[in-house]
Design a protein around this ligand. Structure first.
Ligand code: ADP
Ligand code: MG
Length: 625
């Protein structure tokens, strides 16, 4: 009988039929969609010929929704209903947003689901919905231009995006009716667009400075395969901040105080952005600010701009240094530095980055489109238009993933900077006799104690057969998929009972938190090891005391009064010392107890053997061996 053939998921059953796939750069400031035409990735323009779609959504009173340039025009007159830089809110709680933004740019409404909503005159909307509006426009643009429905899309995210932010991006795509083939990191996509898979083997750096985020990635290219060695960055640093420092300079020049009304503030920010862009080609820029009763004109020179933005550029070099260190590569090993993002059009940025890396960086004529192009190249591979072997992208886990063990200690399962996708399993066992359930607490961070790490989620494994402590075998598996999302499962090996979660943390980590966690782990390394040893000894002491109490209860009668008193005294001593913070003293007290309890242990063993042998003879046991 002939076997029925089934094509691979995503692969066309008719090899000559091309599938329509797009690459989407869902940017903080601008978004783009790209497709492959005549074997080459190109970005698609709107009907006016514009390729960049400003990531701005306007919610009108009549409940109509505008996206892009049309929406941007409302920014000054109606800032509260014009949502910009919504990417910063993706996967974030209201507390996260409040901690970052002061004053808040919008009116937020807290909901039960932990996803805050922005109050607009057309109703309350979440960041996911706002992003979905942007994605819908790009999807429509692609379908109109390609004349067919899309099979799927590859969407890019900053390398720093954590699980919650990636999930939120996926949710937005689903809401827009897009089939997400994969989420890939923006710098990785950019490297692909620069054709760096074609260069001979070596290490490259991707410097991506956009409107609202900065990413640095150190990649290793080996025979066309990209491996991300390390990533670092700042999700709150970009061209918007350049605009802000220029805006502050304008306010200072015009003697305006800090709390000017919103519409004037937006006018100034807009003028600042214009001046910045002018200065990439001109040596000076004129700035005009309109007041109800007058007009003011200022001139900003390139030198002045440079001194204003230098501290911000310098701020990007810190993560560069860290990424190099994490990747364990020397500056001299970097074969190429790739510039990505609209803000790398700023000449000063190129100069400073070149100075830092001691080489001329590579700059595309359109550094803001390269991410979308790289995503598209990957999308084309994923729908089966190209051989899978053409490209293989690997990304890394930004912070270690682990779980809580006894004594509130963290056992790291996947160390930070491990390339993904990755699956790691580790066996654990029960702590108490007869324990039938186990609580699994998934955490992320570099520190040794649970309280210093971030909690990602919990679940419990029930139905473990009641066994002696330490004999059950529970295999916990951590799996980070190609999108960087974590799935954790636990399985008791003898019965096969299983349980698990897909970790969808309710809020994300800010990059400053990530940075703080990394710094803390370095600063507290010694302290952490000491704390770990103490906790370990305390857990062991608890176990010993508990086992002793159980044994005394069962067989205490085999001891003389005097022997019993000695054991009790040593146990009391251990119980007292274990509450202190000297791990060596605890260990010593345990050894002490061991010594005085020796007689009990050996006599108990004899008595148990005698009990077991009652009515039998030794030869019988031997015969069974
Ligand atoms: P994102 O990835 O955050 O969406 P982009 O890569 O599109 O951002 O970059 C947007 C940023 O680039 C904005 O801050 C914009 O002002 C800046 N930008 C665009 N063109 C220029 C230019 N000619 N000179 C300086 N900055 C520019
Ligand atoms: Mg970008």
């Amino acid at each position: 009988m002939a076997l029925i053939q089934i094509s691979e998921p995503g692969q066309s059953s008719k090899p000559h039929e091309r599938k329509l796939a797009v690459g989407i750069d869902l940017g903080t400031t601008n978004s783009l969609v790209a497709t492959v035409r005549s074997g080459k990735a190109v970005t698609l323009p709107d009907e006016k010929g514009e390729h960049l779609l400003p990531s701005v959504v306007y919610y009108a009173k009549d409940k109509s929704i505008l996206v892009g340039t049309a929406a941007k025009q409302h920014k000054i007159t109606d800032p509260l209903n014009t949502i910009t830089s919504v990417k910063r809110y993706m996967g974030r709680s209201l507390e996260d947003i409040k901690a970052k933004e002061s004053p808040l740019h919008y009116e937020f409404v807290q909901t039960d689901s932990n996803v805050p909503r922005i109050k607009t005159q057309a109703g309350n909307v979440s960041a996911i919905e706002v992003s979905a509006e942007i994605l819908s426009v790009l999807k429509q643009r692609a379908e109109l231009s390609l004349g067919d429905e899309l099979t799927g899309a590859v969407i890019t995210v900053p390398a720093y995006f954590d699980d919650a932010q990636r999930q939120a991006t996926k949710d937005a795509a689903r809401l827009a009716g897009l089939n997400v083939l994969r989420l890939i990191n923006e710098p990785t996509a950019a490297a692909v667009a620069y054709g760096l898979d074609k260069i001979s083997n070596g290490v490259i750096a991707v410097y991506d400075l956009g409107g609202g985020t900065f990413d640095i990635s150190i990649l290793r290219v080996t025979q066309g395969v990209f491996e991300v060695l390390a990533t670092a960055g700042d999700t709150a640093l970009g061209g918007d901040d350049f605009d802000n420092v220029i805006a502050n300079w304008i306010k200072q020049q015009l003697d305006l105080d800090a709390d000017i009304d919103k519409s004037l503030r937006n006018q100034i920010t807009h003028a600042a952005c214009q001046a910045k862009q002018t200065l990439t080609t001109e040596r000076s820029a004129d700035i005009t600010i309109k007041f109800p009763d007058k007009e003011a004109t200022l001139t900003l020179s390139r030198e002045q701009l440079n001194s204003l933005i230098d501290p911000l550029i310098k701020k990007t070099l810190l993560p560069c240094r860290r990424a190099l260190r994490d990747a364990q590569v020397e500056l001299e090993e970097i074969k190429a530095v790739v510039m990505v993002g609209g803000s790398t059009r700023v000449l000063r940025v190129r100069d400073k980055v070149g100075e830092f890396f001691q080489q001329q960086p590579m700059v595309d004529s359109n550094p803001d489109t390269v991410v979308a192009l790289g995503a598209e190249i990957q999308a084309d591979v994923l729908v089966g238009n190209k051989a899978e072997s053409d490209l293989l992208l690997l990304d890394v886990v930004p912070l270690s993933l682990g779980l809580e063990t006894m004594g509130e200690l963290v056992e790291k399962i996947i160390p930070r900077n491990t390339t993904i996708p990755v699956t790691r399993a580790q066996d654990f066992t029960t702590y108490k006799d007869g324990q039938t359930a186990m609580s699994i607490h998934v955490v992320q961070g570099e520190r040794e104690l649970v309280s210093d790490c971030r909690s990602l989620g919990r679940f419990s494994l029930k139905g473990i057969p009641p066994l002696v402590a330490g004999s059950a075998r529970i295999r916990v598996t951590f799996e980070v998929d190609a999108d960087g999302l974590l799935h954790v499962s636990a399985r008791e090996e003898t019965t096969g009972v299983e349980s698990g979660i897909e970790v969808k943390p309710s809020y994300g980590l800010t990059d400053s938190e990530i940075e703080k966690m990394l710094l803390d782990s370095m600063e507290h390394a010694e302290e952490d090891i000491a704390a770990r040893m103490l906790h370990e000894q305390q857990v062991e002491a608890d176990r010993v005391l508990e086992a002793l109490a159980a044994a005394l209860e069962d067989d205490g009668d085999i001891l003389s009064e005097q022997e019993r008193q000695k054991i009790d005294a040593a146990a009391q001593q251990l119980a007292k010392i274990k509450t202190g913070n000297d791990d060596r003293a605890i260990k010593q007290a345990m050894q002490e107890l061991d010594k005085v309890a020796e007689v009990f242990v050996s006599r108990r063993m004899d008595s148990n053997i005698r009990k077991a042998m009652a009515g039998h003879n030794v030869d019988e046991f031997k015969a069974q061996d």
